[in-house]
Ligand binder design. Structure first.
Ligand SMILES: [Zn+2]
Length: 91
């Protein structure tokens, strides 16, 4: 590898984010690309955790906003099943 060729490898998925600094003269842009990949890498456990928490928040909000007994029970079941809990849905 020459001094102008650098591969910034993602620590989570191993993907090389930047292959060659000759193509990216601005290091700030290079760092930004690395951070962008890191924040969206599907192998990043934090990205997975955020997605899981967003789904929990979505289901909790839907439950909180559910109107009527039937929709409330369905939303409660969606939330319970999200946490791996059994739930008997209304008929
Ligand atoms: Zn990655």
């Amino acid at each position: 590898m020459s001094d102008k060729s650098h591969a910034a490898m993602c620590v989570y998925c191993g993907e090389a984010v930047i292959y060659d600094t000759r193509e990216i003269s601005d290091m700030e842009t290079a760092h930004q690309k690395i951070v962008e990949h890191d924040q969206s890498c599907p192998s990043n456990p934090l990205v997975q955790r955020v997605a899981e928490l967003e789904e929990t928040a979505r289901l909790a909000e839907r439950f909180a906003r559910a109107k009527g007994r039937h929709h409330s029970q369905q939303a409660a079941c969606d939330l319970m099943e999200h946490f791996g809990l059994p739930c008997v849905r209304p008929g």
